[in-house]
Design a protein around this ligand. Structure first.
Ligand SMILES: O=P(O)(O)O[C@H]1[C@H](O)[C@@H](O)[C@H](O)[C@H](O)[C@@H]1OP(=O)(O)O
Length: 925
């Protein structure tokens, strides 16, 4: 077989899809026997007795792993180990793993090439997947020592699955040492054997014993097919690190993208279109208005229709991306991809350490949810929304000011009406159906349902807002007089004596009209309750006369019956039930229709005020908020799904889920300088808006496992599907569809050179306020958690972790005005993990700073929870950053294997956020 130049082939971590891989020109190859969804082959490497080309040179070795597929002639560079310095017998901590999807067979050949690295800052055989990019030539920074190759079958069939191969020079002649390839299986006990490994600290040695406790399934293998439908294109890396008692722990790092990146935005945009079309229709149905308001309505409708068209265009564009699951950092500013989160991944660390249970640690990494296309010249949502509200409050005569709470309330009531009216109509028909069957039980049941829904309906209008909006609309009708200016009134002011002028407080400015009959609405509204009472009374009578001993459980709402109705009931002995109930049901529907029509119009009029007073800013702001929210929600749904699947077998988690909900903690690394201020302002609102989301778990009835979103801008429900077996095992509350809450919190600490500028010459108040506000939210969650979770769980919990102490520590750190105080994000992350929460890490692109942070978090967990040998902390960190999933993330985003940092930036970073030499530099981002 001819071996081609290495530079000509592509980086192998992004492999062919399986179907393609099996098309091997008709030739059959032998698959490696594998456990479903587990990597097919994993091995580690060590060299012995390496011969230096120059005497007395201390070797710094790296092994490059390449693959030759059976049908192909060329080499594909697959991965590399880390560089081990100063030894002829290097033992590599970075292993090799071939994920389940990788087209590898027993016939596949693997080539191991050993290099001596002379200049780490230039050590890079290939930094790019594009052949002719500006990479240094292969020989820069390193020199070839020797190579060996083997077929996968040879390794698998070898004694103890271990090969010891001679390393030869390129002409194949001279032996320059040996390389050992040893198959590993996460969780399997290996033969006791000791070895030595050079640590970072010169001269220190560490005896290593291959010994592991029995494996324990942490990944919930039975639900993997389900997760595979959501998480795609995994990149896997394998490491082994020594523990403080000189044993091995194994770590598998995995990074996957998700089709939810595109699916959630599409779902949301469809929902917005529906909501906006419905609002536009309601605006049209507002009825006759005086010329002033009618003109405004026309203007609003023109803009709103344009907006809907725009959302439709975006949806069409996105729908073309069928099956996409990744938006790269370089596409941040693309208009058609605005709703899609940037560089969203599940970053998972699976730890198998001696004497401890296997553990999984998940972080969702994603670019800060922000409106990159709209830009940040005028700031982000936090500032823009505030400014918008202030301006609106101060607009003069032409509009009526309703506070954001009241506008939201109007939307909520409108949505409740739209949901409840058809529901009530259905229950009323079911009642008639039961009546025609003369079935007392079914009649009682139908009545119960009808009563419940009608009560909800009546309750929905209890708000003072409906009353005041009715009056406002009355004055806006032709002939209605709009008092000048609409005088602000609150409840307190209503009690002011007539002769005293009302206080001019710029709160809701609701007009008055002396001809207006305020009680009319009360009558119309009360009629619904009354007509329900009539039905209840009639059902009671019918059942009683039919021989039933008990009265109907529906019960009159206020205990008294309408006298006229009671008469009509007594005058019909043993009649046809349907005939008796039918007119009453009709009356209920009519009364309801009257209420709906009045309330809908009045509340739509409230919405008209918001839109009319600040066109087109209002719509642009809504768009910005929708964009940011969509990106945030896509991440949240990923986080929720993965958390649910990994914790499904933990009853405490499930109880926590339906009792107090989940904390969702976002770590932000944005600086409070220049554009990133705007990003942070967007991100803060996007994350806070996630409070409007509730999850509901439903049983999957088909192969379509993707979540479904219902609701509207103020309140969304995400339905997450589970296969029957898993669904059945859930607690009753969850199965019954209880809404599951999330509690998002954001802590931000800027770490780069821009933050240095902000701290020296700028303003860090945004970061400070965000951290303060979110600390209060976190504390609230903790308090509820302690109050609502059962005492035995809490005591077990407290034994393990001093959460209170961690919270206090976090609080002190937030208050201390310390520069780049990364302790804040570390503590917040620790608290989140201890509270069983969902973790997120974000920077602008989730590529560079995020990569530094998640790798640091992973190694800190290994040190704090899994006894990583202290001398190996930095080395583990460097391994993960040099050859781990995150450098693949960089490659995937910008087609170049370099973190986009320069020396100046690195100097500004807090300790431990700096990548190893040779992995960073100028990159086209
Ligand atoms: O992933 P990020 O940390 O947001 O990437 C930044 C990087 O930190 C910075 O040094 C570099 O100059 C670029 O601005 C990166 O952002 P891109 O969005 O351009 O990848």
């Amino acid at each position: 077989m001819e071996i081609k130049e290495e530079g000509a082939s592509e980086e192998g971590q992004h492999f062919l899809p399986t179907a393609q891989a099996n098309e091997t020109g008709g030739t059959q190859f032998t698959s490696i026997q594998k456990i479903p969804n587990e990597p097919q082959l994993e091995f580690i490497l060590a060299c012995k007795d390496l011969v230096a080309p120059v005497r007395d040179r201390k070797l710094n070795t790296v092994v490059q792993i390449s693959v030759i597929h059976p049908t192909e002639q060329s080499l594909i560079r697959y991965s590399s180990t880390e560089i081990v310095e100063g030894t002829r017998d290097p033992l590599f901590l970075t292993g090799v793993t071939f994920p389940s999807e990788y087209p590898i067979y027993e016939e596949t050949k693997i080539k191991l090439t050993v290099y001596d690295v002379k200049d780490k800052s230039h050590d890079t055989v290939r930094t790019s997947v594009l052949p002719e990019q500006k990479d240094p030539p292969p020989e820069v920074g390193r020199s070839f020592l020797g190579f060996a190759s083997f077929k996968v079958a040879e390794l698998l069939k070898s004694k103890e699955q271990l090969l010891s191969l001679s390393l030869r020079t390129s002409d194949g002649g001279k032996v320059v040492g040996t390389i050992e390839v040893s198959v590993v299986k996460m969780g399997e006990i290996e033969d006791g054997e000791t070895d030595h490994i050079t640590t970072d600290v010169q001269g220190q040695k560490c005896a290593l014993v291959y010994e592991c406790t029995a494996p324990e399934s942490v990944s919930g293998k039975d639900n993997l097919p389900f997760l595979n439908a959501v998480f795609k294109n995994p990149v896997c890396k394998l490491y082994r690190f020594p523990t403080s008692d000189n044993k091995w722990m194994r770590i598998r790092e995995q990074m996957s993208e998700s089709i939810l990146s595109f699916h959630i935005p599409k779902e949301l945009i469809s929902l917005h279109i529906k909501e906006d079309l419905c609002r536009n229709q309601e605006l049209k149905e507002l009825g006759e208005l005086s010329p002033h308001w009618d003109n405004l309505r026309k203007k609003v409708l023109t803009h709103c229709d344009q907006m809907v068209n725009m959302y439709q265009d975006i949806l069409t564009e996105l729908s073309k991306d069928t099956g996409s699951s990744f938006k790269s950092s370089s596409s941040k500013g693309e208009k058609t991809l605005e709703f899609v989160p940037v560089n969203l991944h599940l970053q998972r660390m699976h730890v198998h350490s001696p004497h401890l249970k296997d553990a999984l640690y998940d972080v969702i990494t994603v670019g800060a949810p922000a409106a990159h296309f709209q830009g940040f010249k005028n700031g982000g949502l936090r500032k823009l929304l505030h400014r918008f509200e202030t301006e609106r409050r101060n607009t003069g005569y032409q509009f009526i000011y309703y506070s954001p709470e009241n506008t939201a309330k109007a939307k909520e009531v409108l949505s409740n009406i739209n949901q409840l009216q058809p529901l009530i109509a259905t229950h009323a028909d079911l009642l008639l159906n039961s009546a025609s069957q003369r079935s007392p039980d079914s009649l009682k049941n139908s009545l119960k349902m009808l009563s419940e829904k009608t009560e909800l309906f009546v309750h929905a209008f209890k708000d003072q807002l409906v009353r005041s909006a009715l009056l406002a609309l009355y004055t806006a009708r032709p002939g209605g007089i709009l008092t000048k200016p609409p005088s602000p009134r609150s409840k307190a002011e209503e009690s002011c004596p007539e002769d005293q002028p009302p206080r001019m407080k710029r709160q809701d400015s609701i007009p008055h009209h002396s001809d207006y009959d305020e009680e009319e609405w009360d009558r119309v509204w009360a009629n619904v309750g009354k007509s329900l009472n009539c039905i209840i009374a009639m059902v009671d009578k019918l059942i009683e006369r039919d021989g039933g001993s008990e009265g109907c459980s529906g019960g009159s709402k206020d205990g008294e019956k309408d006298p006229s109705l009671a008469d009509s009931i007594t005058s019909h002995p043993r009649e046809d039930w349907y005939e008796q109930l039918s007119p009453l049901v009709l009356t209920l529907k009519d009364c309801m229709g009257e209420v709906v029509s009045r309330a809908k119009q009045s509340l739509t009029f409230v919405l008209l005020q918001e839109l009319a007073c600040s066109l087109p800013q209002c719509l642009t702001l809504t768009l910005r908020r929708d964009i940011v929210f969509s990106q945030a929600l896509a991440g949240l749904v990923c986080g929720f799904i993965i958390k649910l699947h990994t914790s499904l077998h933990d009853p405490n988690f499930l109880q926590q889920l339906h009792t107090v909900g989940l904390i969702v903690q976002y770590e932000g690394l944005l600086s409070t300088y220049s554009d990133e201020i705007g990003m942070l302002e967007d991100m803060a609102v996007g994350i806070s808006d996630l409070k409007k989301v509730a999850f509901k778990i439903i049983e999957a009835n088909s192969n379509d496992v993707l979540p479904v979103i219902t609701g509207r801008r103020e309140h969304y429900v995400v339905e997450v599907k589970l296969p029957t077996g898993m669904f059945e095992s859930l607690p009753a509350q969850i199965k019954e569809g209880q809404l599951l809450r999330v509690h998002p919190v954001l802590f931000n600490v800027g770490i780069n050179e821009q933050q240095t500028l902000a701290e020296r010459f700028g303003d860090v108040s945004l970061q400070e306020s965000i951290n303060h506000e979110n600390f209060e939210l976190l504390k609230e969650y903790y308090t509820t958690f302690m109050e609502k979770m059962p005492p035995d769980y809490i005591s077990h919990f407290q034994e393990q972790t001093d959460l209170k102490g961690l919270l206090e520590n976090l609080h002190q750190n937030i208050q201390a005005k310390k520069r780049k105080n990364v302790e804040i994000v570390w503590l917040a992350a620790t608290i989140c993990r201890k509270l069983n929460g969902i973790r997120f890490t974000c920077c602008k692109s989730a590529k560079d700073r995020t990569s530094m942070s998640v790798t640091l978090e992973q190694c800190s967990i290994l040190r704090d929870e899994h006894q990583l040998h202290k001398d190996f902390f930095i080395r583990a960190l460097d391994c993960m950053r040099r050859e781990g999933c995150r450098i693949e993330n960089v490659l995937k985003n910008i087609k170049c294997r370099k973190y986009a940092f320069n020396m100046l930036q690195l100097m500004a970073f807090p300790k431990h956020y700096r990548p190893p030499e040779g992995t960073y530099g100028k990159a086209d981002t």
